[in-house]
Design a protein around this ligand. Structure first.
Ligand SMILES: [Zn+2]
Length: 266
């Protein structure tokens, strides 16, 4: 009886999460670089919910979906890959709906405004739109999921999305990373990447979320497969690009870690 938890750190760059101090996550798994299926929240999460997770470059089962896919959805997606999946579900709607039909509790919490839309949340029996509030999200999953039964839990964390605010943070990020503020054609000027304030602000938010993982995992069964990833990254000035929703390699590069809570192999 395997349970699943999908955790998306919204906008979190791979190089940010690797540079951050994340002792909880590090105690479970290595973080791989992967390519997101979309450049903004809605597109990537729609893909996740049909079983298309970010794809690691290394040829490793489950991390690279062309090797082996975690979730296989019949009737939607790539059937050939689905045959090699850890679990196979049937639904003409999406993975969450298919798991619910198999008897899984489906419980989700989302920070981004996209999660006000039924088109993203309709597969869930229980879904809470929270805005940026990791504490409330963790509490919602912990109070709604009965760990004695099978479950698929999902959280879209918003703290790693600009402006990178989290409980206890008071500083205001001086970099405006919103793509809508870009001038076209983009021209690179000033610091980029890890030289920017935005990098440090997103890193601090990622470290805050690592503490949330400990609270979330406590009391959950060992037979729980956890996916920690991001829906897309952010550009921090590279080639004149800022934020996401624009096609740049730094927008599509995301972290990916997949592990069981009992630390056994998948
Ligand atoms: Zn997003």
């Amino acid at each position: 009886m395997t349970n699943y938890l999908l955790l998306t750190y919204d906008s979190c760059r791979y190089d940010v999460l690797v540079a951050a101090q994340t002792p909880v996550l590090d105690s479970y798994a290595r973080i791989y670089a992967a390519q997101a299926p979309g450049n903004f929240t809605f597109a990537s999460h729609q893909a996740f919910f049909v079983g298309i997770l970010p794809n690691a470059l290394e040829d490793i089962p489950f991390l690279n979906r062309f090797n082996k896919q975690l979730w296989g959805l019949q009737e939607v997606g790539e059937r050939q890959v689905a045959k090699e999946s850890l679990i196979r579900v049937e639904s003409s709607w999406n993975l969450v709906d298919g798991l619910r039909q198999q008897g899984f509790q489906t419980v989700g919490a989302g920070a981004m405004n996209w999660f006000r839309q039924a088109s993203l949340t309709a597969g869930f029996a229980h879904f809470l739109f929270t805005g940026r509030n990791a504490d409330r999200q963790v509490e919602y999953l912990r109070s709604t999921i009965d760990p004695r039964g099978r479950f698929f839990g999902f959280i879209n964390f918003g703290e790693t999305h600009a402006p990178y605010r989290f409980r206890g943070s008071e500083a205001i990020c001086p970099d405006d990373v919103r793509a809508r503020r870009m001038s076209w054609p983009p021209v690179e000027r000033g610091p980029t990447g890890r030289e920017t304030k935005a990098f440090q602000f997103q890193l601090a938010a990622a470290e805050f979320l690592d503490q949330q993982l400990a609270a979330l995992f406590a009391g959950l069964p060992g037979e729980t497969v956890v996916v920690v990833t991001a829906d897309h990254g952010d550009c921090f000035g590279e080639d004149g690009y800022w934020g996401h929703g624009v096609n740049h390699p730094k927008v599509l590069e995301v972290p990916l870690a997949i592990f069981r809570l009992d630390r056994k192999p998948l």
